[in-house]
Design a protein around this ligand. Structure first.
Ligand SMILES: *Cc1c(COP(=O)(O)O)cnc(C)c1O
Length: 359
């Protein structure tokens, strides 16, 4: 498919952009361009692709996404390499997961080649927006939603795929501190048979009240327990978890359909095995977590995702009181894996697994 190109008539000036790139934060500033691809079942599916100035979109007030939330998204980063070129980390995994999410939400799949081409086009147009600060990257946000004006409840026949980008610094304000976690007792994120494994906005909407509860209790993030027994640890609102033990073994909750299959999670499993440690994908309960942390058998808990890479969980506040993990600060394995993963992403370490795609 040919992309129609429209250059931005008035991109942000060099000085203003440079100013933003010194401290971009997360998701606050956006680049000059965006990609839009339209889908219409009556026109044979995906039929019109363009890259042009980032601007507001016009949408019929009956667009079904506004009523029934048929929407999926991805989150990935373009990293600056030592030689100043740019690269992506496992983008084909994002393309595949985007389509897996789309299937769950009864949406059409976007051909992976078209997904990749949209990324290449936008990064090429906005390549001057990649911050060079420590931990900086160009965050890419592909998303798709039902644009058909129709209030009946059925899968829409018209969709829009849009790709926007924003320069980002480190996710957490002060580098990679240990985060404080709130155990949600009253709310769950996903139930068996639900949409927990899909990257869809509704999962995030449902996490906002428990997240606000976490914040009100002085915590950074919420950890969700399973919906059936309210016992097994699932994940944070947007990050997967790993539990590290003093016998050199590591546990992460299994992908049974209620947990988002993180690409960082999958990469860490491989990197941890490379360290000679054993990783088991098995259920781990909140009570065991507290007991193991209190006894010192559990040395670290890692939270991971594209936005924050890998970070330690320092303290946990739950219905049965607080507990601390290890020293309460960043753990050794967490720090090592973070450095290793970042080095691969930035092209400083050998890419033994073929994870890096040069742009
Ligand atoms: C995106 C996301 C993750 C992390 O996935 P990555 O591919 O590692 O970025 C974890 N949990 C949830 C709920 C997510 O939406």
């Amino acid at each position: 498919m040919e992309f129609k190109h429209t250059s931005h008539p008035s991109p942000l000036g060099t000085d203003a952009r440079a100013q933003i790139l010194t401290d971009p934060g997360f998701g606050k500033h956006f680049t000059d361009h965006m990609v839009v691809i339209d889908y219409d079942a009556a026109k044979g599916g995906w039929h019109q692709a363009s890259i042009g100035p980032r601007e507001p979109i016009s949408l019929d007030p009956a667009a079904s996404v506004l009523h029934y939330a048929q929407e999926v998204f991805e989150g990935m980063k373009a990293y600056k390499q030592e030689d100043d070129t740019l690269s992506l980390f496992r983008p084909e995994a994002n393309a595949a997961r985007f389509n897996a999410s789309a299937r769950r939400m009864a949406m059409p799949e976007l051909p992976e080649e078209l997904f990749m081409e949209s990324i290449r086009q936008l990064v090429a147009a906005d390549k001057d927006w990649v911050p060079t600060i420590e931990g900086g990257a160009l965050y890419l946000r592909p998303f798709m939603f039902a644009s058909e004006a129709f209030l009946g409840v059925r899968p829409a026949t018209q969709y829009k795929y849009i790709l926007i980008a924003c320069p980002v610094g480190g996710y957490f304000k002060s580098g990679a501190p240990a985060v404080k976690i709130w155990v949600s007792r009253d709310y769950v994120r996903a139930a068996p048979g639900g949409t927990g494994a899909a990257k869809t906005g509704g999962n995030y909407a449902a996490s906002l009240v428990p997240q606000a509860e976490a914040t009100a209790n002085g915590c950074d993030q919420v950890v969700f327990l399973d919906a059936v027994e309210r016992k097994w640890i699932e994940e944070l609102g947007g990050m997967n978890l790993f539990f590290v033990f003093d016998d050199g073994s590591v546990v992460t909750p299994p992908l049974t359909g209620t947990i988002l299959p993180g690409i960082t999670r999958d990469s860490l499993i491989q990197l941890i095995r490379e360290e000679g440690l054993q990783v088991r994908e098995e259920p781990y309960s909140i009570d065991q977590w507290r007991a193991d942390a209190t006894m010192g058998r559990l040395t670290e808990t890692m939270a991971c995702g594209t936005a924050a890479v890998v970070t330690s969980v320092g303290t946990v506040t739950g219905p049965d009181g607080d507990f601390t993990i290890g020293t309460g600060g960043p753990g050794q394995l967490t720090t090592k894996l973070r450095e290793r993963l970042v080095a691969i992403q930035k092209g400083e370490a050998k890419d033994s697994y073929g994870w890096v795609t040069k742009l």
